[in-house]
Design a protein around this ligand. Structure first.
Ligand code: NAD
Length: 289
């Protein structure tokens, strides 16, 4: 039987409508929601991505500024720029675009963002709160996966979940949030000896490795929920380029109960979750004030 397609785009629209309404309430109370994104040494790809982000913010009433710094800015200069944003009461959210020029240390810069204004949920304090089960702001890609899983109605308590990928901002936080929901989580990575052993017993399989076609029907249990986080650009036989996930959609969608498409699954929900986090930062700041 063909899997149900989990429509991330439609779900994202619902989240954005809710965010828009609540951002409006902040505006009416004279407290605009204002996100500043730091871009060090812009590349054309980085600028396009930032422009899309600006459009997404403005569509829900979030004020957005792209703070462009020279590519040869020193670590100290970027730290100072973040300090100024931390202390500016008008700024409710801060994020730093990656990748950064090689001479800058992304982790140290992310450590420096005020945890309450850290809309990406990448400050170690925010990861720590997730570990303690007291989430303040969680990494937004991980949250997107949780929302998509919840949208299928599958029971998380006691479910066997396998996450393929163990990166700091995607794979590992997904595992933490799912453990919090009482799922039994197995995390696989590049050193996992027998991937299929773990993936074939998963009621819920999350693929976040960044390898096109890594997960085939042989990796999937009949009736599983499959969430495909991967974004990979591949070249087809005729030379055209295509964006695909980590999951072989064609074969897996005939075996799974529900599956996210790429594009149109995790991607749009990730944007919606960033907007939701930006609103959350403003909520937390105004609650403190
Ligand atoms: P990463 O390269 O930092 O981490 C990849 C992880 O996958 C590592 O833990 C690695 O050990 C593991 N891995 C790699 N090859 C593997 C294999 N053959 N078997 C098992 N594990 C393997 O990547 P990331 O930043 O976590 O991103 C992962 C993917 O998700 C990428 O394709 C990225 O573009 C995509 N992504 C999508 C969104 C979205 O909005 N949809 C957001 C963030 C990342």
């Amino acid at each position: 039987m063909a899997a149900k397609i989990i429509d991330g785009a439609a779900l994202a629209e619902r989240v954005k409508a809710d965010v828009k309404e609540r951002v409006g309430a902040h505006q009416r109370a004279g407290r605009p929601v204002y996100l500043v994104a730091v871009l060090v040494g812009g590349s054309p790809a980085g600028e396009i991505f930032a422009q899309r982000q600006a459009d997404a913010c403005r569509a829900v009433g979030i004020e957005y500024q792209l703070l462009k710094l020279d590519g040869d800015s020193t670590h100290e200069q970027v730290m100072q720029a973040i300090s100024r944003l931390n202390h500016d009461p008008a700024v409710t959210g801060i994020m730093v675009h990656l990748p950064l020029p090689a001479h800058l240390n992304a982790t140290e810069l992310q450590y420096h963002i005020d945890p309450v204004k850290d809309v990406e949920g990448v400050n170690p304090a925010n990861i720590g709160y997730v570990v303690y089960g007291q989430t303040l702001i969680a990494p937004f890609t991980a949250q997107a996966c949780i929302e998509l899983i919840n949208a299928t109605g599958v029971e998380l308590r006691g479910a066997e979940v396998t996450v393929v990928g163990a990166s700091q901002i995607v794979g590992r936080p997904i595992g933490l949030l799912l453990t919090q929901q009482m799922a039994t989580v197995t995390t696989c990575h590049i050193a996992t000896r027998d991937l299929k052993l773990h993936t074939t017993r998963a009621d819920i399989l999350v693929a976040a490795a960044g390898k096109a076609g890594l997960i085939t029907a042989d990796h999937v249990k009949e009736g599983a929920v499959v969430i495909d986080v991967g974004i990979n650009r591949i070249t087809l036989a005729d030379g055209t380029k295509k964006t695909v996930g980590d999951v072989d959609f064609e074969s897996v969608s005939r075996k799974a109960a529900a599956i996210t498409p790429v594009p149109g699954g995790v991607g749009p929900m990730t944007v919606a979750m960033l907007l939701q986090n930006t609103l959350r930062s403003a909520d937390l700041l105004h609650a403190k004030a």
